[in-house]
Ligand binder design. Structure first.
Ligand SMILES: [Zn+2]
Length: 95
């Protein structure tokens, strides 16, 4: 069975997770959507984007859990900064 080894995971601006992988047959980099739910990422078998027919998205290096942790931290940090900016605006408005 052909596999594509996951090399990256990002959260797109529209809230969908994108998996970057390398096709283990031809070596091309491919990108697949993995859905919007961090707790239920859609991985597994895919129609190949590189012309190799199909492959299984595989994560032997544990990229996905590491990236999810980083992305969650980034999201929490963004939310914190947004809340801070909101509080400052409210304080100015009340000032
Ligand atoms: Zn391929």
């Amino acid at each position: 069975m052909t596999t594509a080894t996951i090399t990256g995971l990002d959260l797109a601006a529209d809230g969908v997770f994108l998996v970057r992988a390398t096709c283990d047959r031809c070596g091309r980099t491919v990108l697949h959507g993995a859905g919007p739910d961090a707790d239920a990422l859609i991985l597994g078998h895919r129609v190949a984007h590189c012309g190799c027919g199909g492959y299984e998205l595989a994560d032997p290096d544990g990229i996905v859990p590491v990236r999810l942790r980083v992305i969650r931290q980034e999201q929490a940090e963004k939310a914190r900064r947004r809340a801070e900016a909101r509080a400052q605006r409210a304080a100015r408005a009340a000032g």
